[in-house]
Design a protein around this ligand. Structure first.
Ligand code: PLP
Length: 392
């Protein structure tokens, strides 16, 4: 058994982040400026997006996305309960209603048929989550969006870099008249990190301009330049915006992370493959779903327990892993089980039976590029040992 605790997630940082950050510190300009502009350009290029707006979180990105499509009080936005707090809370910021629909049992992603059944005259947008880094069924979602005049706001917090049918998530080549916006997270545990950070990509210029303006107090374009040589003291407030800009210090880190994103993704793919190889032989375990027409970002490795094959619960399984010094997590506690959503909308656990059922047998295992082969082996051995000891 391993002697030291293996964290569930660790950032992959080294001297390249330090030298990028030093460059910013030495420049004398540490908040949003040239480095952030450079990061936006580099990120747009990495995903093939027309426009990219850097912000200080994915939560901010999704808030700005909903603002840019003009979400109003009383409107409805369709998403799933199988996500983090952020996806639904930003809908509540507008006094709009998150209309939750259940997930596919295969892959934890939104079930497009349920979107169709839950559309009303107040539905303005759909927010699919590319959960764990596996893209949601974007073709079906786009079809619906086109027919029913809906915006699509992708919660791509897990999905850099990922692909859906050859299209990179964030590429936004969707030709329809309804805007598509993709929101990424650079939170500490995500596939690339700036500590805290996020990005909006879109192909729609009007939407991009609105997001950019609202991310910085709703003041006229390039306001941050007002302290530079070419800048002017004059600015205009167009709307009551927010303070969501990303700093150049964070963007410096983002540049270093982007440079190694493919290496880190390859390492996660290798770890997933190694886990799959061993776990797929075990009747106590169900390995994550994959699609041959998608490239998985493997932000999470969402293992499922076949509880009828085990004498212990998921929670006990986690305790056993902890006792073996393996850090794990659960993704996610479905939103409808939380007090706020239960009390506000009167949800019962079985209102979303698949989300409820799959949540109770899910464990997320460590999967990050800093893991050594020995770390991976430790996780494998611990999981296999527990599954065998407690097999029915
Ligand atoms: C992490 C996460 C977010 C929020 O990202 P922040 O950058 O921390 O705001 C949103 N959605 C999902 C699914 C996430 O996992």
């Amino acid at each position: 058994m391993r002697q030291t605790f293996l964290p569930f997630a660790l950032p992959d940082v080294d001297d390249t982040e330090l030298s990028q950050i030093k460059e910013v510190l030495d420049s004398g300009w540490i908040t949003t400026g040239a480095k952030t502009h450079q990061f936006e350009q580099a990120f747009a290029q990495a995903v093939g997006a027309k426009y990219a707006i850097a912000v200080n979180s994915c939560t901010a990105a999704m808030h700005l996305a909903l603002e840019a499509i003009g979400l109003q009080t009383g409107d409805e936005v369709i998403t799933t309960p199988y996500t983090f707090a952020a996806t639904a809370e930003v809908i509540r910021y507008f006094g709009a209603k998150p209309v939750l629909v259940d997930i596919n049992v295969t892959d934890f992603n939104i079930n497009p048929e349920l979107i169709d059944r839950n559309l009303t005259t107040r539905t303005r947008a759909v927010m699919p989550i590319h959960i764990a880094g596996l893209p949601a069924d974007l073709d079906s979602i786009d079809d619906l969006a086109d027919h029913r005049n809906l915006a699509v706001i992708e919660d791509a917090a897990h999905a850099f870099p990922a692909q859906y049918k050859g299209q990179i998530i964030g590429q936004s080549t969707h030709g329809g008249k309804n805007p598509r916006l993709t929101c990424f997270s650079f939170y500490a545990t995500k596939t690339i990190t700036t500590g805290e950070g996020g990005m909006i990509t879109t192909a729609n210029e009007t939407i991009a301009d609105r997001c950019r303006m609202m991310a910085l107090h709703g003041i006229s374009k390039d306001a941050w330049k007002r302290y530079t040589a070419e800048g002017s003291w004059y600015y205009e407030i167009i709307a009551p915006g927010y303070k969501y800009n990303l700093t150049d210090i964070a963007s410096a880190m983002g540049m270093a992370q982007l440079a190694k994103a493919e290496r880190m993704a390859q390492r996660r793919r290798d770890i997933a493959q190694r886990y799959n190889q061993i776990f797929k032989e075990m009747p106590q375990l169900q390995i994550p779903f994959e699609r041959s027409d998608c490239q998985h970002a493997w932000h999470l490795y969402m293992l499922r327990l076949n509880l009828e094959r085990l004498k212990i619960s998921r929670n006990q399984f986690i305790e056993e892993l902890k006792a073996r010094h393996i850090g794990v997590s659960v993704h996610f506690i479905p939103l409808h089980l939380h007090p706020y959503y239960r009390q506000t909308y009167g949800y019962q656990p079985t209102d979303f039976p698949i989300a409820y059922q799959e949540y109770q047998r899910e464990i997320s295992l460590p999967i990050y590029s800093k893991m050594s082969d020995a770390d991976v082996q430790d996780v494998l051995e611990a999981v296999v040992e527990i599954a065998q000891i407690y097999a029915v």
